[in-house]
Design a protein around this ligand. Structure first.
Ligand code: GTP
Ligand code: PEQ
Length: 211
């Protein structure tokens, strides 16, 4: 099996603009990518493909394969899946809360397709046993799309329910989850820039202006 991480650095994470500048977002997305790769490696995943755009900026020190595509996310991934004949774990780069144990659990599940929902209807991880018989359809409520595609193709499905893996870092309020549950490069980066406001209400990030 292999892992595939779709990755776009240029103007990454535009929804985080209220909290981070363009330069910070481009730095931060790379640190989240590093944390995802560390957890995959710790789980014993040896082959990792990063699917990215030609202006990618994937750091040279990562022990990964770079696959380039100019197509949009769905077309790029579907083009990749068509060529593959071994199980593929597609994991997004904005999941810094992922740990090796999650990956080990997911790849040991026997159903044809394992889907890890993201909050609000996204798909944060999908493990596809037979990639040539499946297609992805991200954006919108991609979780429902992916369940329906599996059904249409007669694939059995397991929904992997995990708070940490449902937490993709899309919007400023997601950053507090890194402060609460994160580790590694992304936690260090966020702790340099924010502290946590708590009170009767839930925890929130608060810019410190230190970085
Ligand atoms: N190869 C490739 N990866 C992409 C592309 N767009 C997004 N991704 C990756 O797909 C995953 C989920 O993307 P989003 O959460 O929408 O990330 P984003 O596009 O940087 O964020 P927003 O600008 O806030 O929508 C992340 O791992 C991104 O790096 C793309 O056009 N090509
Ligand atoms: C790619 C997209 O990610 P989100 O917009 O939820 O971050 C999805 O999961 O369909």
């Amino acid at each position: 099996m292999k892992a595939l991480i779709p990755y776009k650095k240029k103007n990454a994470k535009s929804r985080l603009s209220p909290a981070l500048t363009l330069e910070e977002r481009e730095e931060f997305v790379e640190l989240m990518l590093r944390d995802v790769i560390s957890s995959l490696k710790e789980a014993g995943i040896e082959e990792i493909d990063i699917l990215t755009t030609p202006d990618n900026g994937v750091p040279k020190d990562l022990d990964v394969n770079i696959v380039l595509s100019e197509h949009d996310l769905n077309e790029a991934i579907n083009g990749y899946l068509e060529q593959e004949n071994e199980p593929i774990l597609i994991i997004m780069a904005d999941l810094p809360l992922v740990r090796a144990k999650h990956v080990e659990d997911i790849v040991s599940i026997t159903e044809d397709v394992v889907i890890v929902p993201g909050k609000g209807g996204g798909t944060n991880v999908i493990f596809i046993k037979d990639p040539s018989s499946y297609q992805v359809k991200y954006y919108g409520s991609s979780f429902l799309n992916h369940c329906n595609i599996a059904k249409e193709r007669g694939c059995s499905v397991f929904i992997y329910d995990s708070f940490m893996l449902s937490t993709d870092i899309d919007e400023p309020h997601d950053l507090v989850e890194i402060m609460l549950h994160g580790h590694g490069n992304s936690l260090e980066y966020i702790n340099e820039r924010f502290d946590m406001k708590t009170g009767k209400a839930r925890a929130k990030i608060n810019a410190t202006g230190n970085a």
